[in-house]
Design a protein around this ligand. Structure first.
Ligand SMILES: Nc1ncnc2c1ncn2[C@@H]1O[C@H](COP(=O)(O)OP(=O)(O)O)[C@@H](O)[C@H]1O
Ligand SMILES: [Mg+2]
Length: 255
């Protein structure tokens, strides 16, 4: 059996101090993710998706409950340990790419390794490998302003992958892309997932993007509401996703 890459147990997140206006964003969330899975998180606006991603990303701490990633308990780590863990074991893809404009694509991708004192030769090997996997090996000397949105997002995906993290976390990774570029990125992510067994967890409000996942967790009002597993064709899965979203109400997240 594959190893668990993520284990979330009874996680609760309450914003605001006691005796003030508190907002309960996550209530008793538990789930686990096997190594090599591709999971989507969906749910209406305000349901707790970003909060869940933030506590998994170690950018925020849960109020109670436990989270372990790649066998490490992140709920009880000190801040400096967390920073190291984040740098070594997690990869992020955000909606707005977050590339540095005055660095080339090569330098952007290399950044997580450059920050870790990896030798130049090893960096070159890794950057070339991931660039090839994402089909951007011929534009590495360009700057972000010189390439398309889709190519920028592939660069961000390569950067998320270059240090071989235990998991890639995405917050609406296709949110700023047109449908053709979104499809290209999702196909590249699917290939990484299938061929290199990269574990991916992404938040998305887009059912088309979600249909590339193997499993989808739907949250509503901070609780896990439903889980869907893909068993067949992507098209059929897309329809199943639409059916669940219809039961969740019409206020789908438009972020
Ligand atoms: N920093 C914060 N302070 C107080 N309340 C927050 C904060 N962030 C989110 N919330 C509240 O927590 C709930 C979940 O928000 P969020 O995780 O952003 O949902 P989603 O990403 O699904 O739209 C919402 O009710 C939101 O208003
Ligand atoms: Mg959100």
């Amino acid at each position: 059996m594959a190893n668990q890459v993520v284990k979330v147990e009874h996680v609760e997140k309450i914003y605001g101090k006691k005796n003030e206006n508190q907002s309960v964003a996550l209530k008793d969330i538990s789930f686990s993710m096997q190594e090599g899975e591709f999971i989507g998180i969906m749910g209406p606006s305000g349901s707790g998706k970003t909060t869940l991603l933030n506590v998994l990303s170690t950018l925020d701490r849960p109020t109670s409950g436990e989270i372990s990633i790649a066998g490490r308990d992140i709920t009880h780590m000190k801040n400096d340990e967390l920073a190291d863990f984040r740098a070594n074991s997690l990869g992020f893809i955000f909606q707005d790419f977050n590339l540095l404009e005055n660095l080339t694509l090569y330098e952007n991708i290399a950044l997580p390794l450059s920050l870790q004192d990896v030798k130049a030769k090893k960096i070159k090997e890794r950057v070339e490998t991931v660039a090839k996997q994402l089909g951007i090996q011929d534009i590495l000397m360009k700057f972000p302003a010189e390439v398309s949105g889709g190519q920028k997002q592939r660069t961000a995906a390569a950067r998320a992958l270059v240090h071989e993290p235990a998991i890639i976390l995405g917050d609406e990774p296709t949110g700023a892309l047109d449908s053709k570029n979104a499809q290209g990125l999702l196909e590249a992510m699917t290939e990484l997932n299938r061929e290199q067994a990269v574990s991916i967890l992404m938040v998305t409000h887009d059912p088309q993007s979600a249909s590339y996942c193997e499993r989808i967790l739907f949250i509503q009002d901070g609780v896990l509401y439903k889980e869907l597993k893909r068993t067949g064709e992507r098209k059929a899965f897309y329809q199943e996703i639409l059916d669940v979203l219809a039961t969740l109400g019409a206020d789908q997240d438009g972020e």
